[in-house]
Design a protein around this ligand. Sequence first.
Ligand code: AMP
Length: 215
Amino acid sequence: MGPPGAGKGTQGARLAEWLGVPRFSTGDMLREARRAGTELGERARRYMDAGELVPDEVILGLIDETLRGADASRGFILDGFPRTEAQAEGLGDVLERRGESLDAVVDLQVPEEELIRRLSARRVCPECGAVWSAEELESDEEGVPCPECSAGVEQREDDRPETVRRRLEVHRTQTAPVLAWYAASDVPVVTVPGTGPVSQVQRRLRERLTEGAGT
Ligand code: AMP
């Protein structure tokens, strides 16, 4: 968990590779559904473009279906989910049915000025899905070639300033309380500063996650 721009996708992908488990990002799944033009994608579009949350029942249905279909036998990483208390409760039910439980909830913390700076500089590749910063690309312009696949990079529609402000507010009012909810439960909440180089944040994460596991 963490606000938009905290590095959930970047760090979650590295963590998943290290652990040898799949990562399920509800944001990525919704963007994929939009690209594919499915009913789910169409339903999610207006919420996403406005920086609002997609309704809980839609998200819970998506997660339930994904976990049923995936090879999640060695565990999994959830990225950007749950984002409301109702989703956290729904996840609890899904896991209980599966005879599983959460090992940890990670809270990636980044100051708001840094989030705004990161989100305004974020560029994504519509072809291969790679994520870059304008600094890495040495250009603020959309359309400069993706270093991975040469397609023209874009700014995410919801990374534009008006939508970013709303997403941060939604995080503050709807998602941050989920952390308090977990803190009052049996699931360990691991708080990790998300600032500094990507590799350093990843090192911190791995250290903190192995501390309690006795490995
Ligand atoms: P993300 O890529 O995680 O920043 O998600 C992008 C957008 O997808 C969010 O601003 C929401 O509109 C939607 N979304 C992603 N995950 C969820 C979720 N768990 N609950 C509700 N909406 C979500």
